[in-house]
Design a protein around this ligand. Structure first.
Ligand code: GLY
Length: 373
């Protein structure tokens, strides 16, 4: 069974085309070893700043540097503390200073080796340095491999909300090496699966069914099942972002579960809850609202909750008051002058245009899923 899935996932190379940019994507076990050659081929750089964090650096920075050196590329290494709190103005300014010290000119590139935090921070530093230098993503978490590394969203958080400052800046190259998941803690792996479930539930029902079929294998981190999930999720993501780079239309579907998800992270001070876990609970809220106002079949909600449970993901809010979530949601990027707008799913695999929902109904639903009064 496992072998059959593996055979279906050979190394894959493709290009995502945007109106003013292109991202080359290379998915293969062991792809990290070709980081130097691919960087040289795609950007022509002979010098890079390699940004990583305190978890990933000790595991993979030496291998990344070796691969770069073999291709004749010099590396300046910058290591930031692991965790969402590094997506801050202070860390961003620190990167700019390091770019300055390294004499980073337009002829060189930034490599982001890490999960979503490193990608968002290093990508935004690359977007803003000299009004934009090339960057390369080497995602090491499942969440970054299936979602955040592709599509060019970069940015940092403010104390009042997540990703409030940012830019679209497409990476020139994304290298996805599923072998790197071997060192990812199980909890982080499960959190990454939440984004795969999201893509299935909001954008692609066949992907949701794949997750259901292979839930047991995904939950224990079976490499073949993970490789299948990565490839299929990236196909879905590619289809969407290549048609709507700037998040003005169908890309908003990828925000399903994120209205409450981001608010939950903010209200908890980015402590004790991982982004994917927050999105899992956020999807339960959004799906309940979808049943109430968008005609979603309650059976689909039950399937979502069952799948999240079998992947070991939370379905309930803990340690947070409804009022704190509501305050954080007032900073949601999809908010207009009057109200937060919600991505809902009238049926599995389809998302609606973001729409306002009455504060009463939102409050009742937050309380239903565990928020305190
Ligand atoms: N992670 C959501 C997006 O890329 O649009």
């Amino acid at each position: 069974m496992t072998r059959a899935i593996f055979r279906a996932v050979p190394p894959i190379r493709f290009t995502i085309r945007f109106p003013n940019a292109a991202t080359r994507v290379w998915i293969a076990r062991g792809a990290l070893a070709s980081l130097g050659r691919e960087t040289r081929r795609v950007t022509g750089a002979t010098r890079v700043v390699l940004v990583t964090d305190t978890h990933v650096g000790p595991l993979y920075a030496a291998r990344a540097r070796r691969a770069l050196r073999h291709a004749g590329i010099e590396t300046d290494l910058v290591t930031v503390p692991a965790g969402e709190r590094s997506k801050s103005i202070e860390r961003l300014a620190g990167l700019w200073r390091r770019f300055d010290d390294a004499g980073l000119s337009r002829a060189v590139a930034v490599v982001a080796l890490g999960g979503g935090v490193v990608g968002d921070l290093a990508g935004f530093a690359a977007a803003t340095w000299l009004r934009g230098v090339p960057w390369i993503g080497v995602p090491t978490s499942l969440l970054a491999m299936v979602d955040s590394a592709v599509g060019g969203k970069t940015g940092i958080d403010l104390p009042s909300g997540k990703n409030l400052v940012g830019a679209f800046h497409q990476p020139s190259l994304v290298i996805v090496d599923p072998a790197l998941l071997a060192t990812l803690p199980a909890r982080h792996r499960r959190a990454g699966l939440a984004e795969v479930v999201k893509m299935g539930f909001a954008c692609d029902a066949p992907l949701f069914r794949v997750c259901e079929r292979h839930a047991a294998a995904l939950a224990v981190g079976n490499p073949a099942a993970l490789a299948t999930a990565i490839t299929r999720a990236l196909r879905v993501k590619t289809r969407i972002v290549s048609r709507d780079e700037r998040d003005r239309g169908e890309r908003t579907a990828l925000n399903f579960g994120h209205t409450v998800g981001h608010a939950y992270e903010t209200a908890r001070g980015y402590r004790g809850v991982l982004h994917g876990e927050a999105v899992a609970v956020g999807m339960c809220v959004a799906a309940r609202l979808s049943v109430r106002v968008a005609g979603l079949d309650p059976a689909a909600l039950r399937r979502l909750e069952r799948l999240l449970a079998s992947l070991g993901l939370p379905r309930r809010l803990t340690g947070v008051r409804a009022i704190a979530l509501e305050r954080a949601m007032r900073h949601d990027k999809k908010r207009d002058a009057r109200a937060t707008r919600w991505v809902l799913t009238p049926r599995m695999g389809h998302a609606s245009v973001p729409q306002p929902i009455t504060t009463r109904l939102v409050r009742a639903t937050l309380l239903d899923v565990g928020a305190r009064i």
